[in-house]
Design a binder for this molecule. Structure first.
Ligand SMILES: NC(=O)c1ccc[n+]([C@@H]2O[C@H](COP(=O)([O-])OP(=O)(O)OC[C@H]3O[C@@H](n4cnc5c(N)ncnc54)[C@H](O)[C@@H]3O)[C@@H](O)[C@H]2O)c1
Length: 358
């Protein structure tokens, strides 16, 4: 089972407590309760899956956007049906998780009737970990394609100037008695959030993730943030980053081609775009047969002959499922520095602090 490395962990907090804490800070910053619940749920979903880079540690940067009036805490996204299958969501510069929730919920309902549902979202913000959107589709026995664009973090292959983001590509499919398929990956060697996390925790990053401002490989997160991220698979990762911009940016009417604002830059609205599709898996066979086939695929993947030195083969999304089991039971780990920063946010708006309980 994937568990957490002990060195950076100081204390663990129950996910219910972290959720209440996050919701309290959001409400204290004028976010209506319903929206606060959605945003907190999505952030805690990331922490539960071990995607600490996109969990409640994002709250200070999100709240800074609210304080600087570049994200509207009270806005509610607006959905317009374009065809029975296709919807356009105007994010109204609200939190990315609000527009994305509206988009996937609409896509799921359309897919139940027509076999497929699709929604394009513009004027949105960072929605954090993409996998929560696939999880939401799986809860309704739906397959999903989940794309977003993001702020420029790396040049296109052969270039020098930052044009594309670490925009994740995610997709999911339900299974029967085995684990669902969830692939959720940035087209870069690593998500940029992993560099922010290393900086926050005073850790080094592996060489090969990023270059410094002079184009040299670096293991220093601060130097990496001043430089560029590296694409996975050279031109292929670069191409996937451009693909995210075609489907999420160009198509939606949001910013694109390097125009999305970094979530840590609170000087202007982000205008992120998303592209979300739900597909009914029992279009060509019964749901039971589809799930049986998914179970067979899972068994073939994890049961395949292991290469030398490999203890276990994981299915996409499985490491995160194991982490979630562990964290639901044993709590979500945070460093003392992270808790201090988060509690300072709570104090700013008179919300309850996060105290150790595990
Ligand atoms: N909203 C944004 O703008 C944004 C931008 C970048 C990244 N992100 C998020 O950051 C998170 C991390 O992205 P990442 O690319 O660093 O992820 P990652 O490299 O940790 O994992 C990518 C995928 O590979 C799978 N995987 C990892 N190790 C595996 C193994 N040993 N065997 C089988 N499968 C394995 C994971 O389950 C996952 O589906 C994602 O949740 C992503 O949505 C968000």
């Amino acid at each position: 089972m994937a568990t957490d490395a002990p060195q950076a962990i100081l204390s663990r907090y129950s996910h219910e407590k972290v959720y209440d804490f996050a919701k309290g800070i959001l409400i204290g910053n004028n976010v209506p309760e319903d929206s606060a619940k959605t945003v907190a749920r999505c952030l805690v979903a990331a922490d539960l899956r071990g995607v600490d880079t996109h969990g409640v540690n994002r709250i200070p940067s999100y709240m800074e956007r609210v304080r600087q009036n570049v994200l509207d805490p009270r806005a509610v996204p607006e959905l317009t049906a374009v065809t029975p299958v296709v919807a356009q969501v105007d994010g109204k510069n609200s939190f990315g998780s609000l527009g994305a929730t509206m988009a996937i919920d609409h896509a799921i309902e359309a897919a139940k009737i027509y076999g497929i549902g699709m929604a394009s979202v513009n004027h949105s913000n960072h929605y954090g970990m993409a996998a929560w959107i696939c999880q939401r589709a799986i809860e309704s026995d739906m397959m999903s394609l989940v794309f977003t664009n993001s702020s420029p973090a790396l040049p296109v292959w052969g270039g020098k100037e930052k044009v594309i983001g670490t925009s994740p590509i995610a997709c999911g499919a339900p299974a029967g008695h085995t684990k669902p398929f969830i692939l959720d990956m940035a087209p870069t060697v690593a998500a940029r959030g992993k560099i922010y996390k290393a900086k926050r925790r005073d850790e080094k990053i592996p060489l090969g993730w990023a270059l410094d401002k002079d184009g040299r490989p670096t293991d220093d997160p601060a130097a990496a943030l001043g430089g560029v991220m590296l694409p996975m698979g050279g031109p292929k990762g670069s191409g996937l980053g451009i693909m995210m911009d075609v489907f999420s940016g160009v198509l939606s009417g949001s910013a694109f081609a390097g125009g999305v604002t970094n979530p840590y830059d609170a000087s202007k609205a982000a205008n992120v775009g998303h592209f979300i599709v739900a597909i009914k898996p029992d279009l060509f066979m019964s749901l039971e047969e589809f799930k049986d086939r998914m179970d067979y695929l899972y068994q073939k993947v994890v049961g395949s002959e292991r290469a030398a030195g490999v203890e276990k083969i994981y299915y996409p999304g499985e490491i995160e499922i194991d982490r979630e089991e562990d964290r639901r039971r044993n709590g979500i780990p945070f460093t003392a520095g992270e808790i201090k920063t988060l509690n300072a946010e709570a104090e700013m708006v008179g919300a309850a602090r996060l105290e150790v309980d595990m």
